[in-house]
Design a protein around this ligand. Sequence first.
Ligand code: SER
Length: 314
Amino acid sequence: MKKEKILVIGAGGQLGTELIQGFWKVYGKDRIIATDIKEPQGILAQGNFELLDVMKPKQLQALLQKNKFTQLYHLAAVLSASGEKNPKSAWRLNMESLIHVLDEAVASKIEKVYWPSSIAVFGPSTPKDHTPQDTIMDPVTIYGISKQAGERWCEWYWRRYGLDVRSLRYPGLIGYKAQPGGGTTDYAVEIFLAALKEKKYECFLKRDAYLPMMYMEDAVKATIDLMETPAERIKVRSAYNISAMSFCPAEIAAAITKHIPEFQITYRPDFRQEIADTWPNSIDDSRARGDWGWKPEFDLQEMTTDILRNLSAF
Ligand code: SER
């Protein structure tokens, strides 16, 4: 395999923490530099790490001058629920940082850039079931609007400069190694720790709020597979739909109850339910399957068993 040198921006978040560990296995620890605005927590401190505020252009330029990176991952973002509380700063971080990173990637001749999109690009007029790749997109959150605009920017940099930028529209990502921050799908992560510790969980979505979801193992695999695909097979330069499973809070609670019979869930929907109401129930990912062979491995039962086994071992 070709020797990569990978810079990850926003590595301290839920996705970054897991992706970094995936990169270490595939490319080797010495090939990766993780960066974040905050000091590294837990496992990230075991690899190369630099503090980086992506809103300060000079800091990124200095890092790019010091190292010859082949790939750049830009993961720093404010998620859907947090973004609604502080819309202008969410917009600035999500949008300005992306344009800045794309400019620096062109200037430094980075071979491949990755930037995550989300199911939040869809909205109330989007078909809810098996949402197609190309469809109506009318996002209602600042996060979703920034992801939709970001997709257009990525495609524009590819057309204008030939920048090899790739993206996935992640569903809700569920893992046990790092907590998410400020998302609408976070309940499906919080519920596992609550089930083990307290045997109960109060859910901020309704019992039948179906959303597309994915286990982190699959998300890491999808991301690395996409980035390892030869450029000529990447036909979507905005962001690919990808899917793995779709469930509602009552169904994940039932899956947990099989392992922890005394577990109880209660429901107290808040403003995040209104966001969830505008997102798809399930996603059609046939383009990703056809173009680069995407196929998920985990369903709800397998994921639940794996998470509970791992969390119980700590
Ligand atoms: N999981 C994200 C959120 O809830 C969606 O991409 O905001």
